[in-house]
Design a protein around this ligand. Structure first.
Ligand SMILES: [Zn+2]
Length: 77
C-alpha cells in the first residue's frame, strides 16, 4: 500500500490499531466530482479522523484532474 507523506507522518505517531481506524475513517470521507466519480479522502492521500461537520476542501479529482472546492461527506460503509 502506498502512503502519502501526511499518512506516513500520522502512521509514525500512531499505534497500528489507531492508524487502522484512521484509515477506515478516511476511506469513509468522500466527495463526488462533477465528472460523477466518488473519491475518498484516503485515495487522494489525505487523512481524517473523528472530524465533525461537512467541510469544504479544495481537492483535485484523481479521475479527471480538476481542482475544485468539494463538499466532504461521510458514508457509513
Ligand atoms: Zn472528476
Amino acid at each position: 500500500m502506498k502512503l502519502s507523506i501526511a499518512q506516513k507522518i500520522v502512521k509514525f505517531f500512531s499505534s497500528a490499531s489507531v492508524f487502522e481506524k484512521m484509515m477506515e475513517d478516511s476511506k469513509r470521507y468522500r466527495f463526488t466530482c462533477n465528472c460523477g466519480k466518488e473519491t475518498s479522502i484516503w485515495e487522494i492521500g489525505g487523512i481524517r479522523y473523528k472530524a465533525a461537520g461537512k467541510p469544504l476542501t479544495g481537492t483535485k479529482c484523481p479521475h479527471c484532474g480538476k481542482f475544485a472546492m468539494r463538499k466532504i461527506y461521510k458514508t457509513d460503509i
